[in-house]
Design a protein around this ligand. Structure first.
Ligand code: 4NP
Length: 158
């Protein structure tokens, strides 16, 4: 399989998308896919460029055995050429991305969470408490597994 590059995107790139990136890196290692899948995250906003992930995001991920290593960056036009999959955390992020450029594989992250019902948004946990980060972690963990299953299925035999 040709290396598949995945970009996960939220607003600030300090909460949801670095958590998603950390979870995906963990699952990619667990599934023995490190030769096949590359990961990065970015934000549609510029507020936190250069910042470490939010402390609560780091704490919740660490409690599940995942160390977050990322400095926030803003999404660029060139990302649309270099990434095979772009995953938006919510419909606002998705709309902001669509305004930058078209992409064949731009999806909502939670569309790969088999337990998601009508609402496919990963809620922004920034203004809430730590429990919101645990909830986001669980959603992202399910969605990350679903996304990897989807990519492997789509690329099987390619
Ligand atoms: P994120 O959360 O998009 O999941 O990184 C946010 C972080 C910061 C802000 C908003 C959302 N902010 O407005 O500063």
């Amino acid at each position: 399989m040709k290396v598949q590059k995945i970009l996960v995107v939220c607003l600030g790139n300090i909460c949801r998308s670095p958590m998603a990136e950390g979870i995906l890196v963990h699952l990619v290692k667990e599934r023995g896919l490190i030769q096949s899948i590359e990961l990065d995250s970015a934000g549609t906003g510029a507020y936190h460029i250069g910042s470490d992930p939010d402390r609560r995001a780091q704490q919740v991920c660490l409690s599940r055995g995942i160390i977050l290593q990322h400095q926030a960056r803003q999404v660029h036009r060139k990302d649309f050429d270099s990434f095979d999959y772009i995953l938006a955390m919510d419909s606002d992020n998705q709309e902001a991305l669509k305004k930058i450029a078209p992409h064949d594989r731009l999806f909502l992250m939670r569309s790969f969470d088999a337990t998601a019902q009508d609402d496919l948004n990963v809620p922004d946990p920034y203004y809430g408490g730590i429990e919101g980060f645990h909830e986001v972690y669980d959603m992202l963990y399910r969605a990350a597994n679903g996304l990897l299953d989807h990519i492997l299925e789509e690329k099987a035999g390619v």
